[in-house]
Design a binder for this molecule. Sequence first.
Ligand code: GDP
Ligand code: MG
Length: 166
Amino acid sequence: MVKLRAKCVLAGDSTVGKSALVHGFRSESAHFLKNYTLELFIFDSSGKEIFYDMVESQWEHTATICLVYDITNEATFNSCAKWLERARTQAPSSQLAGVLVGNKTDLACRRAVEYTQAQEWAASQGLEYFETSAKEMENCDAPFHSLARAFHHMYEEKLEHIRSIV
Ligand code: GDP
Ligand code: MG
């Protein structure tokens, strides 16, 4: 059994549901990788610019990023580009696996960002797209499982590379 630890930073504007999402994930069991146990250390950033300097160090050694926005609030979707840019500059380490999460699907009647619009932007940035409702505990584990799989894949590729040079 190999134990892997991946650091995951949660990013997104304030009130999009980052904390609620992590809460939903933690309460579900996560056995998904054969021969590995993988712990995701999730760093829940405040999302407030005022804390920018304080949270700067949170980005060190980041391997995965979970970008979250609120599907009823277009501004929070538009901010995702900025959050991703910050992650890429703060964590320039070789590879960064990421997902985009549109949260609050229980408020679909107030939807302001179309599924396809979000998915297309995510794909253009190399991110997998998920929609969740942290309130209804709907699909909350899927983005984190995807990140864990992506991290595992990067790890295997690194091992393969090391094997090829020794
Ligand atoms: P954060 O600032 O991104 O960490 O957001 P929070 O997790 O603190 O959530 C902000 C507010 O949105 C709280 O009042 C939550 O109850 C609410 N919230 C979070 N997720 C959902 C959701 O999926 N649906 C609805 N309707 N409300 C949500
Ligand atoms: Mg929070």
